[in-house]
Write a protein that binds this ligand. Structure first.
Ligand SMILES: Cc1ncc(COP(=O)(O)O)c(C=O)c1O
Length: 490
């Protein structure tokens, strides 16, 4: 069990300083849309930095959607950003914990989201075309050919060693130096979270969560008879550490379950300083945290990839993730390093399951170490960013006035706060009649606070029919708003 807790350097790295200067020039209009940036070599000469630093700065700006690379022509300031849309306020959930009951609505939405005849904005999962299926096929075929005898043996406890080493290497850019021996492979992040919760809580205990939160988390809490204490959450900066501090003083919170990077459904990412403060707060109160890092590699910013775990000096942060969003959800390979709770969690895992398919774990280890994996992640991030911009533009054009929407720095989810007169469950039903699936806000809380909110995922297919469906959701919401206003006018 080992996590680094080094200090944050006061000055950002050179490439970020350069990227910040260029971003300022773009935002101030000094560099206009479509303008060509100096060539990489010229910029290196002018700024007295290396070519590699300039390239890193340009790529950073590209990931932030401020510039675009044109083959053989260089880097250009990107086309105009989507129109400004107001973002939702920090959430304000009740101060008390609640029992959870979300199962039936969630099952219905997930069933409709998977229906091939539905235009879906419901599931937080990319469409199969999003993944590199050919690379996956090759890795699986090769692993099966080379290691077929392993299919006839029980797997190693904790999971295959090469896979655990590959995972430990992937956690280095998150600021974590994990010991592969402490990593336990799981059936996706969902399994990892269930194991963590069962390790540190008992039925009836209170678990703190972001508000709104992933409906998957609420389902796990419901299954384990745990109570949800929702914590105010900012749509860009994530969980409020101040609000959590207050809750820890007044409630017997047994664990925190949170997604510091690109939370679901808000897409919020906690600033670096808040991550450090959070680790300190947990240490002060000796409260364990389950850190779900499933979206870390989708983040557009390096500082958002830094895990809370990297600031944990007490072994309290149980770091979980999987490759469902980056390699293949169907492989069901996830993992957890449970810090000081590792021995108890490993015993629980061994008692509940005989492990997983070693051949699949070896294929994953191979995929993670291939040189093409990083460029594939970058391509994914860029495709996602373009879609999110496109979707936000369509929302600005077609949703009723007063709609607020998030602007996540990565990820495929948008959270919309509609005018309060719109009931998202009624909107969900009306959209279903036109075979369009959305996720109503009530799925994301044990409270009834988000009845006028919806989550839209843009990870499915993205074509004219899908864009048209997005406009249609806006039109249906507009019609509902107009109807709601009628009795008042009469
Ligand atoms: C925050 C979060 N955690 C976990 C999961 C499920 O992950 P896995 O497929 O690894 O079980 C999801 C899926 O959408 C998610 O959004």
């Amino acid at each position: 069990m080992s996590a680094t807790a080094d200090n944050i350097s006061p000055l950002p790295p050179l490439y970020l300083q350069l990227a910040d200067r260029l971003a300022l020039a773009i935002r101030s209009g000094a560099l206009g849309h479509g303008d060509r940036l100096p060539s990489v070599r010229q910029c290196a000469r002018e700024q007295s930095v290396s070519v590699a630093t300039v390239l890193q700065a340009y790529r950073h700006l590209e990931d932030a959607r401020l510039v675009e690379a044109r083959p053989k022509s260089g880097y250009f300031v990107a086309a105009a950003l989507p129109p400004p849309l107001q973002e939702p306020d920090t959430s304000a959930p009740p101060a008390d914990s609640l029992a959870v009951d979300v199962a039936s609505l969630t099952e219905r939405v997930m069933q409709m989201a998977a229906d091939p005849h539905t235009l879906s904005f419901g599931a937080a999962c990319p469409a199969p075309e999003f993944y590199d299926q050919e690379r996956l096929r090759r890795a699986l075929t090769q692993a099966t050919r080379r290691h077929r005898a392993l299919l006839c043996q029980y797997p190693q406890a904790g999971g295959n060693e090469s896979a655990r080493r590959a995972i430990a290497r992937r956690a280095l850019p998150w600021g974590c130096s994990l010991d592969p021996r402490d990593i336990v492979l799981t059936d996706g992040t969902t399994d990892a979270i269930g194991l963590c919760l069962q390790t540190v809580t008992r039925p009836g205990d209170i678990v703190a969560l972001e508000s709104p939160t992933s409906f998957g988390f609420l389902q796990v809490l419901q299954a384990l008879h745990l109570r949800a204490l929702e914590i105010p959450t900012h749509p860009r900066h994530g969980l409020s550490v101040d609000a959590l501090a207050l809750a820890l003083q007044t409630q017997p919170v047994r664990a925190l379950l949170a997604v510091p990077t690109l939370s679901n459904p808000l897409g919020a990412s906690m600033p670096l300083g808040e991550r450090k403060r959070l680790a300190q707060l947990l240490a002060e109160h000796q409260v364990p945290m389950i850190e779900d890092a499933i979206y870390n590699d989708w983040s557009e910013r390096d500082e958002h990839r830094r895990a809370v775990r990297s600031f944990d000096t007490e072994g309290l942060v149980m770091l979980c993730s999987s490759f469902s969003k980056t390699v293949a959800p169907g492989l069901r390979i996830g993992w957890v390093d449970a810090g000081r709770f590792t021995p108890a969690l490993r015993r629980l895992k061994a008692a509940l399951s005989g492990g997983h398919t070693t051949v699949a774990e070896l294929a994953m280890a191979d995929l993670l170490q291939q040189p093409g994996y990083e460029p594939q992640l970058r391509r994914m991030r860029q495709t996602i960013a373009r879609r999110v911009d496109d979707a936000r533009r369509l929302i600005a054009e077609s949703f009723p006035r007063g709609t607020r929407v998030t602007d996540p720095p990565g990820g495929i989810m948008l959270w919309l706060e509609l005018p309060p007169a719109i009931d998202s469950l009624a909107l969900f039903r009306a959209c279903l009649e036109e075979r369009i699936c959305i996720a109503p806000g009530t799925m994301f809380s044990a409270t009834d606070r988000y009845r006028h909110c919806i989550r839209l995922s843009v990870g499915g297919r993205w074509d004219d029919a899908q864009r048209q469906a997005l406009r249609r959701i806006g039109a249906i919401a507009g019609a509902m708003l107009a109807r709601a206003a009628l009795p008042l006018a009469a």
